[in-house]
Design a protein around this ligand. Structure first.
Ligand code: NAD
Length: 731
């Protein structure tokens, strides 16, 4: 069996079927690319073949390039990996150019065989770049199919001609959401956007493609014809000029200059637009190689694609029979419980949603109603779907309704006593096999498990707010949590299509443990007299989605005060954050609780829209005459987080650095360009990181003290991924 096979029918139409062996979706590998090239050669050389259809043996067309291939090419290319990657990319271009030219005479554009792409479903990445090289793209009318070039999302850009072809097909302006944002469309929308040519009923897909192939169509691409003009204008055309200048500003504004792929993509588009097509492909290949050689792109691919997927597929799932959830009980229908009920019902799981009053339970359920209504108004859901989802949620005060639940998720008030009561009440009804999970964000799981009948079946499933938007779920093992509970939590997270990390039970688990020092460092700088605008902009310029002060406003200052008080009570004299509390408690006393009170580190208008930083803050905390440089502020903000991640690893809270990196990006938006805290440390290198920590410790205090592990790695010249990565684990 091979990934591509070809048959030719009596009418002389050769059909090449892509069917990657052993995968549910087609992915392009190095070998399969060679195979496709060979089949094309033989079809183009065979006089009996009049035209070609490229289609798929699966429901979808293709998911894209096997991104492991790019990493392996770089690793296998000896001392000149850039050359290896460039040659590989150019090989791809030659193959697709051969497909596009299809044997036409280079001078007259005469002859050649028509080649149609027939997409039964989703076509992503190189799974769309191959069709873009074909002469006509047919897609089955399958509204669930996704068509697009999402490469930018993992820190690269379409490098198999997709960039050059799409811009020449649509113009830079129309191509920009597809290339720069990785926007995916269903077939109808992809046709409206001009990406594909025809949408046909699924059962007529091949027939329509064949009909076209046999119709002796014109197959020469516009850019291979004399006098071709780029839609919307090339860069030296007045309209084109505006597009390119605007795009450059937009990209820098959106990425703050930290995502090299977006800039490289723009360069490939701009420079490519100035030269003939084949030259443009070469330019695209050079920029593509440049990006593949950038440590940010490998780190992003590793965390956001390879490792994210591995975790979703259960890389750290203990051996246990299938634990798919049939009915979940959600206790507490507040902000979190309502969201948990929603995402569970959306996944088709029956939900019993309990609160202390029927009114509160109904209010929790109404969150799903509102969500579905919004979906309907945006044409993403239907009345039937809404009715089906709502039907799955039983909002009640009756604990007896929990009989038959195989998973309970408790999301009541953050109070040990209330949670203990609820645990006992629930367990009086549920069976011995039911797993009990708590969504606590601050209370130790091992402590809460004391109220459970069987602590082996007790676990933390920590969602982030808002539940329906946040992709990460942190699973926390208490001291006695057993493997079945972990498997249950993981299988549930998989059902609701989120990404799990599994950590051990220590104060604030993993995500909050790292994000709190980030917030604290920002506030500490306010107290020191660092300009708030410098703090906020330094954070954004290093790729944090929100500055620490804005984040404090979003999560609310009263929550910060509550956490500070609890931490102080637990740590006693060792509590290190008095300076932070000075600011935080004052803000609290002033009633500036953040977004929810329309007043915080930022000012807000009556409608709650954030304005600028609150200018009166300086009256209490004057801005110092001498300001630190940008890098110092950035390093304080980044090291505050990554040192906690390293300590979490040292202490065994994290068992897998992949979870540390993926969790950081999805959980609190840690500079995604870096691939996560451990990837960032690998990029800057342990020796430099340790040296920098020494300097920061001297200047700013013990909280930056180099962890022993980092010191040891610096001395030995080690990297986290070589020492702790999946390969090291397997070895
Ligand atoms: P919330 O106050 O919005 O909701 C709590 C709900 O629990 C309320 O509807 C309340 O009526 C109900 N409740 C209280 N006692 C009950 C009882 N004995 N029986 C049944 N229902 C009861 O709180 P929330 O923000 O949804 O937080 C809930 C839990 O999730 C807390 O443990 C919190 O720490 C955790 N959490 C919150 C966030 C967040 O961002 N808000 C994030 C992660 C985890």
């Amino acid at each position: 069996m091979t990934d591509f096979t070809m048959t030719t029918d009596a009418d002389g139409v050769a059909t090449i079927v892509w069917d990657t062996v052993g995968k549910s979706m087609n992915v392009m590998s190095r070998d399969s690319m060679g195979l496709l090239s060979d089949l094309l050669d033989s079809a183009l050389a065979d006089e009996a073949v009049k035209g070609i259809i490229i289609t798929s043996g699966k429901d979808s067309f293709a998911g894209g390039m096997d991104l492991n291939v790019l990493a392996s090419i770089r690793d296998e290319s000896g001392d000149n990996p850039a050359q290896g990657l460039f040659d590989f990319t150019m090989n791809g271009h030659h193959m697709l150019r051969k497909l596009e030219r299809a044997g036409m005479d280079p001078k007259t554009n005469k002859g050649g065989k028509p080649i149609a792409a027939a997409l039964p479903g989703t076509a992503l990445g190189i799974g769309l770049e191959v069709p873009l090289a074909c002469h006509r793209i047919f897609a089955a009318d399958n509204p669930k199919a996704k068509i697009g070039l999402p490469e930018i999302m993992v820190g690269i850009f379409p490098g198999a001609g997709g960039t050059t072809r799409l811009v020449r097909k649509l113009g830079a302006m129309a191509a920009s959401p597809l290339l720069l944002e990785g926007k995916l469309n269903n077939p109808q929308k992809a046709k409206a956007a001009g990406v594909i040519d025809e949408v046909v009923p699924a059962d007529e897909l091949l027939a329509k493609a064949k009909e076209w192939v046999l119709s002796e169509p014109k197959i020469v691409k516009p850019w291979d014809e004399k006098g071709y003009k780029m839609p919307g204008g090339a860069p030296y055309h007045p309209a084109g000029f505006m597009t390119y200048v605007g795009a450059s500003a937009m990209v820098n504004g959106k990425t703050q200059g930290v995502y090299p792929a977006a800039k490289a993509l723009l360069s490939a588009v701009y420079e490519g637009a100035l030269v003939p097509f084949d030259q443009a492909l070469k330019i695209e290949a050079r920029w593509f190689t440049h990006i593949l050689m950038n440590p940010s792109s490998s780190a992003m691919i590793r965390s956001l694609f390879i490792n994210k997927e591995a975790l979703e597929k259960g890389a750290n799932r203990p051996e246990a029979p299938d634990q798919k959830v049939k009915q979940v009980g959600v206790i507490g229908a507040g902000m979190m419980g309502a969201g948990i009920a929603l995402v569970s019902a959306l996944a088709g799981i029956k939900v019993v949603l309990i609160d202390s009053t029927q009114e509160a339970a109904d209010k929790g359920k109404s969150y799903t109603t509102a969500y579905m209504d919004k979906g309907i108004s945006r044409k993403k859901a239907t009345e039937e779907k809404k009715a089906a989802v709502l039907d799955l949620i039983n909002a009640t005060t009756d604990y007896d309704a929990l009989k038959g639940c195989d998973l309970i998720i408790e999301a009541v008030f953050e109070d040990v006593g209330v949670k203990a009561d609820v645990t006992a009440k629930v367990q009086a009804v549920t069976g011995p096999d039911c797993i009990f999970a708590t969504n606590t964000s601050t209370l130790p799981i091992t402590e809460l498990a004391k109220a459970a009948a069987d602590p082996e079946k007790f676990i933390g499933i920590h969602f982030f707010s808002p539940v329906d938007k946040m992709l990460l779920v942190e699973i926390i093992k208490g001291k006695q949590t057993g493997p079945v509970a972990v498997a249950k939590a993981l299988d549930y997270v998989r059902q609701i299509r989120k990404t799990p990390i599994v950590v051990n039970d220590e104060r604030f688990f993993y995500a909050n443990r790292c994000i709190i020092p980030y917030i604290n460092e920002g506030i500490r700088m306010v107290k020191e007299g660092v300009a708030p605008a410098l703090i906020e902009n330094a954070a954004k310029l290093v790729g944090m989605p929100l500055g620490p002060l804005q984040l404090t406003d979003e999560t609310s200052i009263d929550l910060g005060v509550k956490i500070a008080k609890a931490t102080k009570a637990a740590m006693g004299d060792a509590y290190p954050n008095a300076e932070v509390d000075d600011v935080l408690f004052w803000m609290f006393d002033e009633g500036r609780l953040g977004r929810k009170s329309n007043a915080g580190f930022y000012a807000y208008d009556d409608k709650g829209k954030r304005q600028g930083l609150w200018d009166a803050l300086g009256a209490r905390y004057p801005v110092a005459g001498a300001q630190p440089d940008l890098i110092t502020v950035q390093h304080r903000l980044l090291f505050a987080q990554v040192l906690e991640a390293v300590r979490a690893l040292e202490e065994g809270v994290l068992e897998d650095i992949r979870e540390g990196d993926v969790g950081a990006i999805l959980g609190w938006g840690f500079a995604p360009w870096s691939g996560g805290p451990f990837s960032w440390l690998d990029i800057i290198g342990a020796p430099y990181a340790a040296e920098r920590c020494d300097q920061l410790t001297e200047q700013f205090g013990e909280r930056f003290k180099t962890p022993d592990l980092l010191r040891e790695m610096a001395d030995k010249g080690q990297s986290f991924y070589k020492r702790f990565g999946a390969d090291a684990k397997a070895a």
